[in-house]
Design a binder for this molecule. Structure first.
Ligand code: CTP
Length: 399
């Protein structure tokens, strides 16, 4: 992920997760971002400013009145492309929601005229307290962005929601919020991802080389842009992001068919990114097949899920397929676009499987476009294309 020359004001408030902000600042700096750090008095109780000054090669701001700059809150607020409050305590979000301005962080938040990314981390009861939840709601209604906490064992001993998210997820969110708004609110999307697995016997299987990276990039981008997302996924090399609550595991083509058809109704967009098996063993063995002689695998074709969806598509629904090819990319993809009654198809050479970068040929009735770069950037561009197609199809009522 590249954040070259983007100006990020990392604001660290006083929670036990403050030490995790050191990893975040390091990753941000390595990705090319220009980072300044602001620490609250609470954060100074947990960690020392030198952790940040050494990594960013810059000073750390913590006071309204004893900073080298006479008006640090105004100059920091104006300087930043994005303010990231990580960890964000309940107190900091309460101050932001109420417009209280009694220290450097709260004054800077008030002076910053762009959406702020809050990364809350705290005890589960503090997070779930109606006071905190209503402050979060106020901040969201004002256009600020809350990356919800992870769930698990917390430093306080409780298990529940309140964990500081994996740094990788915060980086995805920063990258997205620097370039996009939450422009997909109210749009229902069904996305499939990963490589289907067909059993030969309880141990052996047939699968393919899809890693799920492109599907996961799309899932992250759709969720962070505010879509109402359902993910149906087969085998993937990476875990499903913790914040995707509607993630349904469907390993085989038959399981995926059932899960997709059960969830297809009422979806605005269906994006079939999964590498669905075209063939499955006719009669998988219930016991492990013992070696001793050669065997012949009797394979039968699976149901083409996308073709079924294409037949049942409503006029309000748009359908996007993927095409993985080894040759005649455009010709083969165009044939699939027409045969399966799709609105768009994203075609790529099989060589991109498992890689971080990709090159997609996006084909629709109106023409072709090439999208190239890391899979997250390509996912964002692909979503832009789908969104503008969708806005046109629905006469701009979703624009
Ligand atoms: N697909 C599907 N059900 C299948 C096979 C594929 O829904 N049984 C979907 C994939 O998710 C993808 C699109 O159809 O969005 C095209 O998949 P691809 O494997 O490229 O092509 P196929 O239609 O399977 O044809 P072929 O493998 O012969 O190229």
């Amino acid at each position: 992920m590249k954040l070259s020359a983007r100006k990020i004001l990392l604001c660290v408030s006083g929670g036990i997760a403050a030490y995790k902000a050191i990893d975040l600042v390091s990753r941000l700096t390595k990705s090319g971002a220009e980072v300044k750090t602001l620490m609250t008095d609470g954060a100074l109780e947990f960690i020392k400013p030198v952790n940040f000054s050494a990594i960013t090669r810059g000073s750390v701001h913590s006071s309204l009145f004893s900073d080298a700059d006479p008006i640090p809150h105004i100059n920091l607020a104006d300087w930043a492309d994005l303010m990231v409050v990580a960890p964000a305590t309940a107190n900091v979000m309460a101050k932001a929601a109420q417009g209280i301005s009694d220290d450097l962080l709260s004054a800077t938040m008030l002076a910053h005229n762009k959406p702020i990314l809050f990364v809350p981390a705290m005890n589960v009861h503090m997070f779930e307290n109606p006071a905190t939840q209503s402050n979060i709601k106020v901040l969201q209604e004002r256009g600020h962005l809350i990356l919800e906490p992870d769930t698990g064992m917390l430093a306080c001993g409780y298990t529940g929601k309140g964990k500081f998210p994996p740094v990788e997820e915060i980086l995805w969110a920063i990258s997205l919020y620097l370039s996009h708004k939450q422009d997909l609110k109210g749009i229902r999307v069904l996305l499939t991802a990963g490589a289907c697995v067909e059993n030969i016997d309880p141990m052996r299987c047939i699968t393919n080389r899809s890693s799920g990276k492109m599907g996961l990039a799309l899932a992250r981008a759709l969720y962070l842009r505010g879509a109402d997302l359902t993910l149906v996924h087969a085998q993937m090399d990476f875990p499903v992001p913790y914040y995707l609550r509607r993630a349904i595991k469907a390993e085989s083509a038959a399981e995926m068919n059932t899960a997709v058809l059960a969830n297809a109704k009422d979806q605005d967009w269906i994006v079939m990114c999964a590498a669905v098996s075209d063939f499955t063993p006719k009669a998988p063995a219930q016991e492990k097949i013992k070696k001793g002689s050669d065997i012949i695998l009797d394979l039968v074709q699976t149901t083409d899920i996308l073709a079924c969806l294409g037949r049942e598509k409503t006029s309000e629904q748009i359908l996007i397929g993927f095409a993985a090819e080894t040759s005649d990319l455009i010709t083969n993809a165009k044939a699939k676009l027409e045969k399966k009654n799709l609105d768009m198809i994203a075609a790529n050479h099989l060589g991109v499987a498992g890689k971080n970068e990709t090159s997609l040929n996006l084909i629709s009735a109106s023409g072709n476009k090439t999208l190239q770069g890391d899979k997250f950037s390509v996912a964002l561009e692909l979503i832009d294309e789908i969104k503008s197609y969708y806005d046109k199809e629905t006469d701009g009522s979703n624009a």
